[in-house]
Write a protein that binds this ligand. Sequence first.
Ligand code: HEC
Ligand code: HEC
Ligand code: HEC
Ligand code: HEC
Ligand code: HEC
Ligand code: HEC
Length: 277
Amino acid sequence: MRTNNFPGGCIIKKVILLACCSILIFSVIANAAGGVKKKRPLPHDYGKVVLNNYSERAHMAPVVFDHWLHRSKFTCRLCHVDLAFAMKTGTTGIKASDNMKGYYCGTCHNGKMTHGSRTVFAACSKTPGDDFGRCERCHSQGKTVKKDYDFYTYTEKFPKERFGNGINWEKAEADGMIRLVDFLEGVSIKRTAMTVQKDFSLGPNVKGMREIIFSHQKHTVWNGCEVCHPEIFVGVKKGATKYSMVEIFEGKYCGVCHTDVAFPLTDCQRCHTKQVQ
Ligand code: HEC
Ligand code: HEC
Ligand code: HEC
Ligand code: HEC
Ligand code: HEC
Ligand code: HEC
């Protein structure tokens, strides 16, 4: 005869049930927050940004910007602090004239900068002239344009993960498979390195939900301090910023990056790692 006389069984079941419920509830919230939720993007499309504030009006195809290629070469901080790109699609309002003056994409895409052994092709000019092929490398939405970098060949040897680009970017950097440029001569300002805070755990405030270990060290590699402080987190004292998973799903706090570019929120266990005692 089977009797359930294992004393902890019931509690364990409740915890599992609670965790499952939270996942269910949160996927519903996640869907609601995203409106009509888009299909999960393919690995090479994750982090793709399409810019069309001015292009189609000027009879050019919208611009496609891929995070996967650029983040394999530069830090988030370099672009989002030194170069002043906003962290929300379309809000920077980049214009052809900005690029031609050497701002935004034109900081690097000026036909002069070298990266590795290659010269970075130039961005916009007043008229395409006979160089329309160059324009189409960026103004490529809806066109079949041959790329110099194929996602799958380029990332073949990178350590893998389940979601997002399907790549463990943190490990790829830590293992030295990619080397990130964080400083551009004449653009970035020399800063003195700040002491990096110790890793700490964040309690999810729900029984049975695993704790989160937040690593300052690992985040600073990509973001310096300024991407997060003071705009996303005030950062004066742990616990000073109050937020919930719902807000994270709405794209705030951790969700600013972990929605479209850093590994996505579907990967619950990558943040909720530590078994609650
Ligand atoms: C080479 C420059 C560059 C690098 C490096 C870069 N970004 Fe971006 N990022 C951009 C541009 C350009 C946009 C679009 C800005 C706009 O449309 O106004 C953008 C947009 C974003 C957005 C908004 C996306 C959306 O769907 O609205 C997020 C989030 C973001 N970046 C995070 C990151 C993170 C995290 C990293 C580092 C892992 C990173 N970026 C590295 C240039 C860069
Ligand atoms: C911090 C420097 C930097 C900035 C800013 C930057 N790029 Fe790039 N981009 C690069 C480098 C380096 C490459 C690789 C060039 C090469 O190896 O030929 C590249 C390559 C590209 C490619 C070619 C991809 C391929 O496979 O052929 C496109 C398209 C592109 N960038 C678009 C953009 C757009 C659009 C912006 C602005 C929204 C932008 N980039 C901003 C550095 C930058
Ligand atoms: C490195 C990427 C890149 C390349 C290469 C590039 N552009 Fe652009 N261009 C942009 C970005 C980014 C925008 C702003 C996109 C938007 O929001 O519509 C833009 C916008 C434009 C616009 C819209 C009008 C305006 O004032 O902003 C025109 C016209 C334009 N580009 C012309 C060209 C021509 C002509 C070429 C080829 C000689 C070219 N671009 C090559 C990135 C590029
Ligand atoms: C990816 C985002 C991110 C980056 C990058 C980052 N921090 Fe933080 N920081 C946080 C978060 C999250 C907290 C906790 C905030 C809270 O609970 O209110 C925090 C808290 C802090 C605190 C308060 C610590 C305590 O124990 O009370 C300090 C000081 C701090 N950060 C300094 C820095 C410095 C210096 C850098 C760069 C070397 C940096 N941070 C980079 C996200 C970040
Ligand atoms: C400014 C952008 C940004 C913000 C805000 C941010 N992250 Fe990240 N995070 C990253 C990037 C970039 C990586 C590198 C891995 C990747 O891109 O997938 C990363 C990696 C991680 C990792 C894996 C590395 C490790 O520590 O083991 C964890 C876990 C993580 N983030 C948790 C968090 C949590 C929790 C928060 C909020 C308290 C947060 N992140 C806020 C950008 C961000
Ligand atoms: C990028 C990191 C990250 C990912 C991925 C993530 N969480 Fe969280 N989660 C957090 C943080 C940080 C908190 C703590 C907020 C606080 O301070 O209370 C949290 C809190 C929670 C809580 C506690 C209640 C609340 O609203 O704060 C639940 C339940 C939860 N998460 C469920 C999930 C589920 C389910 C998933 C996967 C679908 C998930 N989380 C993915 C970072 C993450």
